[in-house]
Design a protein around this ligand. Structure first.
Ligand code: DGJ
Length: 731
């Protein structure tokens, strides 16, 4: 009898233990993601949203959200496996060494590591109860910035190789009445075209299958509003992005509870990955920030995070420059270039950037059809080499930077003739070109050495090189690797191993050259993401430098990336006057791509002054807080404000974006943001064209309260299509 009692007690204790749910709150200063085990020890998401002040109260959430019926644990899984209980879109799919396709993941333990006052890293170990497969989920929280970064690491101890078929970075779950997705499509010269979609039942997918230049048609950035469309200053909104420079897939699945599942990661399309026992597969990071005060606050949090923790030298400075791409295209020689250096100096920029066309001899790079891959100076154009140009630029008083596109090859090149096996191509099919070129196979360590060598060689020979523009102009067709074939590895690893190879190269470059500024360019903005931006100081927004187009494009990019990272150049792409072009370029990292000697006297004087104004304001623009005051997608004008962290300097850029008589006359005052209500400010109009007068009263002193409650009228009109206002505290 005693034995039976003991057994009963033991069962009871075990049951109690089982029934005891594990709760894992993952919090930033404002937000929380709360995970909880179910009765079978599977880990689900029970809450995402505003943080509660009493952690214990998260325990009640399950009841409030009715997670108790038989579907519970299917939709809200924190890393949903496939082939067992789950019938929804999985985050994880695996083919075991014995050919079995089932998986289940149960909670084992978790750890919280405090990295510093602001950062916690939570790791959660999940294991399959039948197969020796484990997944560790990582959540890194940046408390003050309200940013969460998450990724997963997959490992196994099976006898033989397993195949990862799907290996997401994040699997989130949201509860709201409705969901509004703000996402993007585009193409060359039309990056970041926004679209708004109210999500309906089923799955909406954002993805890329382009291999390289992966965001050409669609970037992995999006905004998700909950209940109703968030505005700039109001509403619940999540800004999300995948930090991966290759194929991605982000699924938004509205389930039968009307809740929303999000699964984001590397695109599983043609990307099955072989994993040997004890090897680790680390997924890229999914990064998100959530705000209940609208898109503006969310984006400012993202900017603060990026500058402090992600973007290379995000809290540092940047160089203004004169680029020669549109000024010369491929048609230049030493004399022409050195004469442009003088223009850079006259203008007042820090650096001259030599673009495409400086290399290759057997097949000279005189157009985009030849020479890519042969990184020796073209003897005809540059008989004295890069070293001479660096010296001449220094003499002229400017630094010197250079363009490369080291991942690519033209079939008309010595590199192609010598190393056909380094090229991504199907040996049995006709080659398909994108801009007359093919990508090199970065999964191959020899190719990685070659690409690293292109840069290393340039820096070794020219230690004063001040800047690199790294371009990437082709997508991957015929995704076949001779290297993987030789190594007897599956071809389906190419898309992933290419990107991993790229990161290995960039890692080596940064180990040796930690701070040289590098611009991430991809035939425009075809490759912009937060993994690449660990290695780059800035990115090329688009080849389209028409300032009107740029107002819209820069507006959208600015939600995800701080403007210190956005390269905006003044070019002759559009015939709009230089003032408008300059003002728009100033809302970021400013540069030029013009022939300075062709500017008339007034244009030159205006530009020189604008650069001086920029020098005075750049700290505020680069490191301050950005407020989008008037949205050009909804109005006939745009207005963007930057305020420094001390709130003693601000700048407001205002543009007329649609010129219709009756509409212009209705334009009103604009309420400013981010100022100190108690401080006193004076306003002056800057970037005035020579001989023109401002209509703004510069003597009036305003309180921050006034400027943010009543506002000011920049007096935009068809004669004043672009108005820049500098605001300084009066002490
Ligand atoms: C594409 C880039 O976007 C341009 O700025 C320029 O560098 C060209 N490539 C050069 O080929």
């Amino acid at each position: 009898m005693r034995k039976i009692l003991l057994l009963l007690l033991l069962f009871h204790a075990l049951f109690q233990l089982r029934a005891q749910r594990i709760n894992i709150p993952i919090e930033t200063n404002q937000n929380a993601l709360v995970l909880q085990t179910d009765k079978d020890n599977r880990l689900g998401i029970i809450y995402f949203g505003k943080k509660l002040s009493q952690t214990a109260e998260y325990l009640n959430i399950g009841k409030a959200y009715k997670y108790n019926d038989e579907n519970a644990g299917i939709y809200n899984g924190v890393y949903t496996p496939s082939g067992t209980f789950n019938l929804a879109e999985p985050a994880f799919e695996i083919l075991h060494a014995d050919g079995n396709t089932s998986s289940d993941l149960k909670y084992i333990n978790h750890q919280v590591v405090k990295i510093d006052e602001n950062i916690n890293q939570i790791s959660i170990l999940l294991k399959d109860p039948i197969y020796p497969v484990e997944v560790t989920l990582y959540f890194k929280t940046y408390a003050k910035q309200n940013v969460m970064e998450q990724w997963s690491v997959i490992k196994h101890q099976e006898k033989g190789t397993v195949t990862l078929k799907k290996y997401a970075s994040a699997n989130l779950y949201f509860v709201a009445k409705d969901y509004y997705l703000h996402h993007y499509h585009g193409g060359w010269a039309k990056e970041m075209k926004p679209e708004d979609t109210k999500l309906t039942a089923g799955i909406k997918t954002l993805d890329s299958k382009l291999g390289t230049r992966a965001n050409l048609f669609q970037p992995p950035t999006f905004m998700l509003s909950f209940d109703r469309q968030a505005t700039e200053d109001d509403g619940k909104v999540l800004l999300g992005t995948l930090a991966w420079s290759g194929n991605f897939k982000i699924d938004f699945e509205k389930d039968s509870y009307q809740n929303l599942r999000l699964i984001a990661g590397i695109n599983p399309h043609a990307s099955e990955y072989a994993l040997a026992a004890n090897e680790e597969f680390k997924t890229p990071s999914f990064i998100q920030t959530y705000s209940e005060n609208g898109k503006g606050e969310a984006s400012r949090n993202m900017h603060d995070w990026a500058r402090k923790y992600r973007l290379l030298d995000g809290e540092g400075s940047r160089l203004t420059l004169l680029n020669n791409w549109e000024a010369t295209y491929f048609n230049f020689d030493e004399t022409k270039l050195t004469s442009l250096f003088k223009g850079a100096k006259d203008l007042g920029v820090d650096m001259f950037l030599l673009d495409d066309g400086w290399f290759a001899n057997k097949y000279p790079r005189n157009s985009d059809a030849a020479g890519l891959g042969d990184w020796q100076e073209n003897k005809k154009k540059l008989p004295n080499g890069i070293g001479y140009l660096v010296k001449e630029a220094t003499k002229a008083g400017v630094k010197f930077g250079i363009w490369i596109e080291p991942e690519m090859v033209n079939p008309k090149s010595e590199l192609y003739e010598k190393h056909l096996d380094w090229v991504i191509r199907e040996p049995n099919r006709p080659e398909i070109y994108f801009r007359n070129q093919l990508p090199l196979d970065l999964s191959n360590p020899e190719v990685q050495n070659f690409v690293f060598g292109v840069l290393d060689d340039l820096f070794t020979k020219n230690p004063e090189l001040a800047f690199i523009k790294w371009d990437c102009n082709a997508v991957v067709y015929n995704a076949h690797s001779m290297y993987l074939e030789r190594m007897k590895k599956p071809q389906t690893q190419l898309y992933v191993d290419y990107v991993k190879g790229l990161y290995k190269i960039l890692e080596r470059i940064r180990a040796k050259y930690p701070k040289v500024p590098m611009m991430l360019c991809s035939g425009g903005g075809g490759r912009v993401d937060y993994e690449a931006l660990k290695y780059f100081t800035e990115f090329w927004v688009s080849d389209n430098t028409d300032p009107l187009e740029r107002i819209f494009m820069q507006w959208e990019y600015s939600y995800y990336y701080p403007v210190i990272a956005q390269c905006n150049h003044i070019t002759d792409w559009s015939k709009v006057g230089i003032k408008f072009r300059t003002d728009v370029a100033m809302m970021g990292k400013m540069g030029y791509d013009i022939v300075v000697s062709k500017l008339d006297e007034k244009e030159l004087e205006f530009s020189q002054n604008a650069l001086k104004n920029y020098a005075n304001l750049k700290e505020t623009i680069w490191h301050g807080d950005m407020y989008r005051l008037v949205n050009p997608f909804e109005n006939q004008m745009a207005s963007v404000q930057f305020v420094n962290k001390n709130k003693d300097q601000s700048v407001v850029f205002n543009y007329l974006t649609e010129n219709r008589y009756d509409l212009v006359s209705l334009l009103k005052g604009i309420k400013l943001s981010g100022l100190d209500t108690k401080k006193k400010y004076k306003i002056k109009e800057i970037n005035l064209y020579p001989n023109s007068k401002s209509t703004i009263n510069t003597e009036q002193i305003y309180s921050g309260e006034y400027l943010m409650t009543i506002g000011i009228n920049p007096d935009i009109s068809s004669r004043r299509t672009s108005v820049v206002l500098e605001i300084n505290e009066v002490k």
